[in-house]
Design a binder for this molecule. Structure first.
Ligand code: AMP
Length: 539
């Protein structure tokens, strides 16, 4: 029998067109990369320019399926490029400018990008790679002719000139919804980055799933300041979600320090902020230093790494904002779970609510999850048992780009995280499976230890690694960066930790450092630390 319902493809261009018809005046505010000034446009205007860009790209000669890279901050031009490249059936390949040059070279060449859209202050990254990117035929600098850089690079094009002569009329092709649309590489802590290719269908479904109150709660009245970069898993899908509801977008450009963010918060009055914990530490410290509180912000979405309790409290107690803990990964487009506020949660005494807020949250509709032991047996959802976190759903990777299938036969993906799930379906990350410390027969969560350690007033950042120990096989070592001007001894820190942790969790030593290595997305790089301190307890 024929299906009784229409099979309309789920396409990114339909998100854009919906925005044009439903809320063309929805604002898109950006801090310009060129000079830090504020640029204002609307969904309607941006859609017209996305169509100009689509015409320009086709006129230049892009072919369906071509990968077009972006090396750019969060701005309206990047938003236009998101929609134009995907709408015509090419792939928007967002690249993280914080990667090492060798990783950039690897990624450009692995993806075989033909063209790149680059922000003005990132052009030097391409100059360093000159002659090493054989597939790259054009470099579009995202600026106007007045600001074009003086560069020796070949095939340099000015964005505004590139689109200027083209029509604002364009009919988006009716693609198959399973067409590739965007590509992100993981910034793995080991080995080469791996590519995850999203499809129109997966992207649209992910955008819809991110909207409800129990997810990001994005409505037409929302004003969103996504500090999470557009090169980090499509800015958690936010640029695609706003066209559905007409929420106002506030893009921070290249300035993500506390002072610059505060200026935007004062002028644009965002209701929802989204970003990784490091960014919020910068903002909170800045607000403390000037003794200011945020008025407009209701919620702060924190993902990418675990949010420490001290941060949950600071947002709540000083700024009246609810910290929504979210968890996901590049392989999941990225949203997996969100810990959104609700009546029951708000009715709890603050200390009980904070304990729940520390969990990474409940799966959004579309994501199934389970925890398993090393033999593949499913573990109980009792909030105590922990094991490998497995996920499946329509926006979760099946196979890495140009690589073999990674999902299991019955369609599950092993996240590499260790977690527990409680009877209310709240998931809590215990650790990365590679970072869990095995002490005697017991497991110690390096993340939990780090979170307690950063609660010490003198500690700016903490990293816990498991290193070899003669008796216990592995024991935790705490590496600490102190806040500027603060001081603390090894004993001070251990004394602070002791009442908060089981005895066998206490690190055997504390080492003070000036810096800690991070991946390009800000995650602690523990492999080199484990190597550096491998014999610390064996001496
Ligand atoms: P990425 O692909 O760079 O987004 O990294 C995904 C990984 O980041 C996950 O597998 C987790 O290990 C970690 N991660 C993401 N969100 C959180 C969170 N809220 N709490 C703890 N870890 C997280």
């Amino acid at each position: 029998m024929l299906a009784p319902m229409m099979k309309t493809p789920l396409l990114i261009s339909s998100l854009l067109e919906f925005g044009v018809v439903s809320h063309p005046d929805a604002e898109i505010v950006s801090r310009k990369v060129e000079d830090g000034s504020i640029h204002r446009t609307t969904q309607g205007e941006a859609a017209k320019r996305a169509k100009q860009l689509a015409n320009a790209l086709l006129n230049w000669g892009v072919k369906p399926g071509d990968r077009i890279a972006t090396l750019a901050w969060n701005t309206w031009r990047h938003y236009e490029a998101y929609y134009a490249t995907t709408g015509i059936g090419t792939v928007c390949h967002t690249i993280n400018p914080r990667l090492f040059p060798e990783q950039l070279e690897y990624i450009f060449n692995h993806a075989e990008d033909r063209m790149v859209f680059v922000d003005l202050n990132l052009v030097p990254l391409l100059e360093n790679l000159e002659g090493k990117l054989p597939h790259l035929q054009a470099i579009v600098v995202m600026t106007d002719s007045d600001n074009m850089p003086d560069s020796k690079l070949q095939n340099l094009i000015c964005y505004e000139d590139f689109i200027a002569a083209h029509s604002t009329e364009f009919e988006w092709p009716r693609l198959d919804e399973d067409t590739d649309c965007s590509l992100c590489y993981t910034s793995g802590t080991t080995g080469n980055p791996k590519g995850v290719m999203y499809t129109h269908r997966s992207t649209v479904l992910h955008a819809i799933a991110s909207l409800p109150q129990q997810a990001l709660n994005i409505s037409q009245d929302s004003v969103i300041l996504p500090v999470v970069p557009m090169f980090h898993v499509n800015c958690w899908g936010i640029p695609y979600a706003v066209t559905i509801t007409g929420a106002k977008l506030v893009f921070p450009g290249a300035a993500m320090d506390g002072k610059s963010l505060w200026e935007l918060i004062v002028s644009e009055k965002p209701t929802l902020l989204a970003g990784v914990p490091t960014v919020w530490l910068g903002l909170l410290n800045y607000l403390d230093s000037i003794n200011e509180t945020m008025e407009s912000v209701d919620s702060v979405v924190v993902g990418g790494s675990a949010a420490p309790l001290s941060m949950i409290k600071a947002f709540d107690e000083k700024h009246g904002a609810f910290l929504l803990h979210a968890w996901g990964m590049t392989e999941m487009s990225p949203i997996g779970t969100i810990n959104a506020p609700n009546k029951q949660l708000n009715a709890l005494p603050a200390s009980e609510r904070y304990e729940i807020q520390r969990k990474q949250g409940k799966p959004v509709f579309g994501v199934e999850m389970k925890i398993i032991d090393d033999d593949g047996n499913e573990l109980p959802r009792d909030g105590k048992a922990y094991g490998r976190l497995m996920v499946r759903g329509p926006w979760i990777v099946n196979a890495y780009y140009k690589s073999d299938k990674v999902a299991t036969e019955d369609g599950w993906f092993d996240t590499g995280d260790v977690a527990n799930i409680d009877p209310d379906n709240y998931m809590q990350i215990v650790d990365r499976s590679k970072d869990v410390i095995k002490s005697g027969g017991e497991w110690i969560s390096s993340i939990d230890l780090e979170n307690v350690a950063v609660g010490h007033p003198a500690v700016a950042e903490a990293c816990v690694i498991g290193i070899p120990h003669e008796k216990w096989q592995e024991r935790p070592l705490l590496l600490v960066i102190l806040k500027e001007g603060a001081s603390a001894t090894r004993e001070d820190i251990l004394e602070f930790l002791e009442p908060q942790l089981a005895k066998f969790w206490l690190p055997d030593d504390v080492v003070f450092r000036d810096e800690l290595p991070h991946t390009a997305t800000g995650k602690l790089l523990k492999v080199p630390m484990r190597e550096e301190y491998a014999s610390h307890y064996l001496k």
